[in-house]
Design a protein around this ligand. Structure first.
Ligand code: ZN
Ligand code: ZN
Ligand code: FE
Length: 767
């Protein structure tokens, strides 16, 4: 007879609210073990008793066959005294607060629920709020921990006998699925149409009908409202663009399945897996040809695509497709430009009551807003550019930190001012907030403050250290300085590169490259193309683009021709008028003259080393528009033109002054100017991208020669440019460097809070 032993097993990670206990129960029953499993303060605790070999296999299977949404950070098992329990049971959660428990992120509709949703004889046929332990709302409905129904916005719904039976039966897929619901007892859809209230499936049928007729429908989804319309209908899209004041900014589209995405765009196996993953983000895919949904993403070679990730969307697409409607839907955040996404009917009516032909809402309150997450796949990893639904509040593990650095220190990283997100640390875990948006808007400042408070409650932390951007006027800096606790100002681009170090637990010296729009420098100038040497807990600026004047400061971000004028004056001197004057002929002459004076005299023209502005300049020189109607428009359109063939790279001169390498873009600008002409834009783009990649590798090499460092980190908004990221990584790897870039957090300012927190935890300083 084999030896009977008992073990206590402690598991930490994302193990609550994801069907982990039933999973444990099933494995225990299969292995004929007795004992119990329960949720507790730190995760899941199991006591299991049985034959030693069965216990060994049980523990192995706990890790290898975990539920899709679960993530195990640690599993510890120890032998304890045997006990006399007859069978294996699931112990109900106690009322104790789960100080270390993690709240799961929202999960896309799972295949089992999707099947039921499409089955006319199932009791949840086309029910927009179906879910199970493997899928459904989580973060967006959670008000407090532990994650149990009474502490979610499902509190007011009393389960019917059928749902309750599922909820109580350990082998059911809905065992302890907190948001469990059905058409009898759960939330329902409503719409007000022509003075009448319409509910349930009838409301959804009306949505389907109006969308096929080119109407705009506001739809209360998982983390907020969407504005939806037929993605092939030019008029509908134009109407939406006028309302959102977005003349050209691309809209994401939703399709019924990854297979449908493949009809519009090239979809690799890895991209397909992301489209179908539990977070189900918007994936930036390469269009099969420029004509694909040209109105949704004008001038771009890529399209943001997501699949129908909630039962509401899946049911809607089922109605649309069975009515013979084949088109994708534009599915864009329901907000006014630069405001937070609307999350209730009142907010929706106020924000777009006039623009939407129909507002459809439901009674499962959204507690935490979450926009759709967005990312792209490059160099073996999915890289987020907007981190929200499906990823928040998953933690980034700070594996590189030692216990001493963490002792009793909880940090708030405040983020920046565009694409704002903040970060709270708890021990070796860093929790980034969802994307909050542009802090120049009061509504977003309010959203920011509220979200800090909500996250502090959910994580049970109160930060003692406040890390904020060095920029004195950022709202996030002002907010941070108003809090109690030690203040740590962090240079913007240092925070960018440290966000990568934090993600990848890089504990050796590295060369950090931050190519960006703008950020406040320690010399009071506007930085944006920085190379740092990061060693132990010190940083040093090692190289950057030569400073150039930015006429009108921030205004140059919109009027991108201004950067071109300033850079061409720098490159050509007084000869600029003869050589480049014709470029500016279509623009208002008085303004051009004024800008010229600003650039030459340095009045109202702060000095900058911004790579983003150099990109703007080249996009304008190549023949693209003089104005940007959304952030990054010029560079994104320029990247879209990039011919992926081998071209001769533009040349950048690198010189050394007082120990810092300065990069001069004059030759590249003049070469681009001489090649200008409609048909040449593709060539200019190709040579510019290749030139930058070459310059990147050359500059890193000269810094490496001095320092002996062979590890490189790339971050900053410019590296959302997939072509540049791939070219740059390729060139660096060819030269023998090990290269890291952002993946879990955005390379843009949405990831900066992580770098700020990491800076404070490591007590970094400038040398
Ligand atoms: Zn499910
Ligand atoms: Zn029910
Ligand atoms: Fe930045």
């Amino acid at each position: 007879m084999s030896l009977i032993i008992r073990k206590r097993i402690l598991i930490k990670g994302v193990v609550q609210g994801v069907g982990f206990r039933p999973h444990v129960y099933r494995l225990a029953v299969v292995r004929r073990l007795s004992g119990w499993v329960k949720n507790d303060a730190s995760g899941v605790t199991i006591e299991a008793q049985g034959a030693a070999e069965d216990l060994r296999l049980f523990i192995k299977e706990l890790e290898s066959r975990k539920p899709p949404a679960a993530a195990i950070d640690s599993l510890r098992a120890s032998v304890i005294a045997r006990a006399a329990d007859a069978d294996f049971t699931i112990i109900k959660s106690g009322g104790n607060t789960s100080a270390e428990a993690q709240i799961p992120a929202d999960l896309a509709l799972c295949p089992d629920c999707r099947r039921e949703l499409s089955n006319p004889s199932d009791r949840r046929y086309l029910y927009p709020f179906t879910n199970c332990t493997n899928c459904g709302p989580r973060f967006t409905i959670v008000k407090n921990i532990p994650y149990d129904r009474p502490l979610t916005t499902m509190k007011g719904f009393k389960m019917c006998p059928d749902c309750l039976a599922e909820y109580r039966f350990p082998l059911n897929r809905r065992f302890h699925a907190q948001p469990n619901a059905c058409p009898v007892c759960g939330p329902s859809l409503s719409a007000r149409y022509r003075g009448r209230m319409i509910r349930g499936i009838t409301a959804l049928e009306l949505v389907s009908d109006l969308l096929t007729k080119g109407k705009i429908v506001a739809l209360q989804s998982l983390g907020g409202f969407h504005l939806a319309c037929d993605a092939s209908n030019h008029e509908a899209i134009l109407k939406l663009r006028r309302f959102k004041d977005r003349p050209a900014k691309p809209f994401a589209v939703m399709v019924a399945s990854a297979a449908e995405a493949g009809q519009l765009c090239f979809v690799s196996k890895a991209e397909r897996e992301i489209l179908e993953s539990a977070p189900a983000p918007v994936v930036m895919l390469r269009k099969k040809n420029a004509g694909v949904l040209a109105q949704a993403a004008p001038g771009l070679s890529t399209l943001g695509v997501m699949t129908a990730y909630t039962p509401l969307h899946a049911a809607l697409f089922r109605l649309l497709r069975s009515a013979g409607f084949k088109s994708p839907l534009v599915m864009t955040s329901g907000n006014r430009r630069d405001e937070p996404i609307a999350k209730d009917l009142a907010g929706a009516e106020e924000a777009f009551g006039a623009a939407a032909d129909l507002i459809v809402f439901h009674d499962r309150e959204i507690h935490n807003r979450a926009d759709d997450s967005v990312g792209f796949y490059a160099d073996g990893a999915f890289r987020l550019v907007r981190r929200a639904r499906g990823y928040v509040p998953n933690a980034v593990r700070l594996d590189g930190l030692k216990a001493g650095q963490l002792e009793g220190r909880t940090v708030l990283g405040c983020g920046a001012d565009l694409k704002t997100a903040f970060c709270l640390t708890r021990g070796a875990l860093a929790f980034l907030s969802q994307h909050i948006g542009d802090q120049s808007e009061y509504a977003n400042q309010k959203f920011y403050g509220e979200t800090v408070d909500k996250m502090k409650t959910l994580l049970r932390v109160s930060p003692g250290v406040i890390a904020h951007d060095l920029h004195p006027d950022y709202h996030s800096s002002i907010y941070g300085r108003s809090l109690k606790g030690a203040k740590v100002p962090v240079q913007h681009h240092v925070a960018h590169v440290l966000s990568v170090a934090a993600e990848h637990a890089i504990d050796r010296p590295f060369i950090g490259v931050a190519w960006d729009g703008t950020g406040y420098g320690t010399d009071g100038k506007i930085w944006g193309s920085e190379f740092f040497v990061i060693k132990e807990n010190t940083w040093r600026r090692a190289a950057h683009l030569e400073y150039f004047p930015l006429p009108g400061g921030d205004a140059a971000t919109r009027h991108i021709w201004r950067s071109a004028l300033s850079l061409l004056i720098n490159a050509l001197g007084p000869a600029w008028r003869a050589e480049a004057g014709r470029l500016f002929r279509g623009l208002d002459r008085k303004t051009v003259n004024a800008v010229e004076r600003m650039a030459e005299k340095g009045v109202n023209a702060p000095l900058t080393s911004s790579m983003g502005r150099l990109f703007d300049a080249v996009s304008f020189i190549s023949g693209l528009g003089p104005e940007a109607t959304y952030e990054g428009q010029g560079p994104m359109e320029l990247e879209s033109l990039c011919a992926r063939t081998s071209v001769q790279p533009y040349v950048f001169d690198i010189s050394r002054q007082e120990g810092v390498f300065l990069i001069d873009p004059a030759k590249a600008l003049v070469a681009a100017l001489r090649e200008r002409g409609a048909a040449r834009a593709r060539r200019i783009s190709g040579r510019f991208h290749a030139g930058l990649a070459g310059m990147l590798a050359d500059t890193v090499s000269v810094i490496s020669r001095d320092s002996g460092i062979k590890t490189v980190v790339l971050s900053g908004g410019v590296f959302q440019n997939r072509t540049l990221l791939e070219y740059g990584m390729g060139r660096l790897k060819q030269k023998g460097f090990t290269v890291f870039a952002n993946a879990e957090v955005p390379a843009n300012d949405g990831g900066i809070a992580l770098g700020q927190a990491y800076y404070a935890l490591n007590s970094f300083r400038q040398i």
